[in-house]
Design a protein around this ligand. Structure first.
Ligand SMILES: Cc1cc2nc3c(=O)[nH]c(=O)nc-3n(C[C@H](O)[C@H](O)[C@H](O)COP(=O)(O)OP(=O)(O)OC[C@H]3O[C@@H](n4cnc5c(N)ncnc54)[C@H](O)[C@@H]3O)c2cc1C
Length: 439
């Protein structure tokens, strides 16, 4: 049996390892267009800031490990440019090669969205989605004095911290009226004031041009101009589905439609990771959730099913955590504006309290719980100290469809340096009792 996997990132290598573990005698081929497999783009900001010293540390395992320890036929620098019934055309070592497959997995990931302005011919305008770019970004960042980051999603926020840690003057330009626009205004306001301590944060501004002779010298927006030696564009991602789009069905997001076995519209063809749609556990609808943990699990499920066993991917909650300096930021499920957009009638509670006992100096947390009128919890967001712990707990509850009573009665443990007798999650749930008529 020939299994072909396109893409050697999180989803592709997890699937390949699973198939080989369950079917050691099958031929499992991975085609990866870069020189790296099992790479971790999530580590790029920490490599740029210097927290991670060596670039190689961004790859969990190298190619030889997958070849010798797991028996996977890994082809690096091999770009698949055509997919047909039972075959692939691959560009490798300057030649075109044809490979046959019985089962195929698309694990081609996503790529950075481009801005709708011209900047191809200018040096110094980069994105950070590709780990092969990480070294270039770091070298340029070290040489630069002024850096502009376009976009304040989590990648923009993490890169802003990374380059300010290098001592650079940093401007962050965001088209929305708040940073991390997926979060609600109350949470974003805290993030904004924290970011403003370190960067020139320009909200509600749209980039209209990058200017310079050969290198970028300034970024022009609808409201101003910002000097820069390096511009990092972090305005979101787009699924890499060009080679798939004429072969299997895509969803609304332009990622590949899949079912819970990660099967596509075509028999024996699977998709996993950032190039695939999957279920949003909160809304129960197909969604596109380009994050690392879903990518790994989708790859795992695809691998099991490709190997002829049966496993279903239940979907994800879009759980996420990030940080800006000492402030942790996290979200699971829907924010209030997302829930309203989805058509839910919502109630919410926003609190500012301590995540530790009163007598510890640190520990301020701002937390928001959003629920349906029926009481089902739709989402939790937080910023401050002790956020990761609350988002982990909330993820487990939301995954099981918890309601406000479950949130209140869950027996969260108490230890003064890290939690409270009345945990912030419990206090927010108790506030919602009033709105639900619970005494
Ligand atoms: C800076 C940054 C920080 C991030 N931080 C986090 C985080 O903290 N938490 C989190 O959950 N997620 C994070 N993510 C997102 C996470 O990295 C992705 O969700 C995850 O890598 C997706 O895995 P994947 O296997 O689907 O795709 P990828 O890891 O992108 O792998 C896809 C692979 O396919 C290859 N490929 C594409 N087309 C072809 C082709 N035609 N032929 C051959 N090979 C091809 C690509 O070269 C690539 O190696 C971050 C991403 C970035 C960029």
């Amino acid at each position: 049996m020939n299994v072909a996997i396109i893409g050697g990132g999180a989803a592709g290598m997890t699937a390949a390892s699973r198939v080989k573990a369950l079917r050691p005698d099958w031929n499992v081929m991975v085609f990866e267009k870069t020189n790296f497999v099992s790479h971790a783009p999530c580590g790029i900001p920490f490599y740029v800031s210097g927290i991670v010293e060596y670039f190689e540390e961004l790859c969990t395992y190298d190619t030889s490990f997958f070849k010798s320890e797991r028996g996977i036929d890994v082809h690096t620098n091999s770009k698949v440019f055509e997919v047909g019934e039972g075959y692939l055309l691959v560009e490798e070592e300057g030649k075109e090669r044809r490979y046959e497959w019985d089962k195929l997995l698309f694990a081609t990931g996503s790529r950075a969205k481009r801005l709708n302005v011209k900047y191809e011919e200018l040096d110094g305008v980069l994105c950070v989605n590709d780990i092969s770019n990480a070294e270039k970004v770091k070298k340029l960042a070290l040489k630069s004095e002024d850096i502009v980051i376009v976009g304040s999603g989590y990648i923009g926020v993490e890169m802003a911290e990374a380059v300010t840690r290098l001592g650079k003057k940093v401007t962050v330009v965001e088209i929305a009226e708040r940073p991390l626009p997926e979060y609600d205004a109350e949470i974003a306001a805290i993030i904004k004031s924290e970011m403003e301590k370190f960067v020139n944060l320009r909200l509600g501004e749209r980039v209209v041009a990058f200017e310079g002779k050969d290198r970028v010298e300034k970024v022009v927006t609808n409201r101003g101009e910002y000097k820069c030696d390096l511009a990092i564009v972090a305005v979101g991602v787009h699924p890499n589905t060009e080679i798939a789009k004429n072969f299997v069905k895509l969803g609304k997001s332009e990622a590949i439609k899949t079912n819970s076995k990660m099967e596509t519209s075509k028999e024996n063809v699977y998709a996993a990771g950032d190039c695939a749609e999957s279920l949003n556990v909160v809304t129960g609808k197909q969604d596109w959730i380009p994050l690392a943990t879903p990518a790994n699990k989708m790859g795992y499920v695809a691998g099991v099913n490709i190997a002829g066993y049966e496993l279903h991917y239940p979907g994800s909650l879009k759980s996420q955590i990030t940080s800006f300096y000492d402030v942790e930021i996290g979200k699971v499920g829907l924010s209030e504006h997302e829930a309203i957009r989805e058509g839910y009638e919502v109630i919410s509670s926003f609190i500012t309290t301590k995540s530790t006992a009163r007598y510890f100096i640190d520990g301020l947390i701002h937390l928001k719980v959003v629920a349906e009128r029926s009481g089902r919890v739709l989402g939790i967001q937080a910023v401050g100290k002790g956020v990761a712990m609350r988002i982990y707990a909330a993820s487990a509850l939301l995954y099981r469809g918890a309601n406000v009573r479950d949130l209140f009665f869950t027996d969260f443990p108490y230890y003064p340096p890290v939690s409270r007798v009345w945990d912030p999650l419990v206090v927010a749930a108790r506030n919602l009792f009033r709105k639900l008529g619970i005494p």
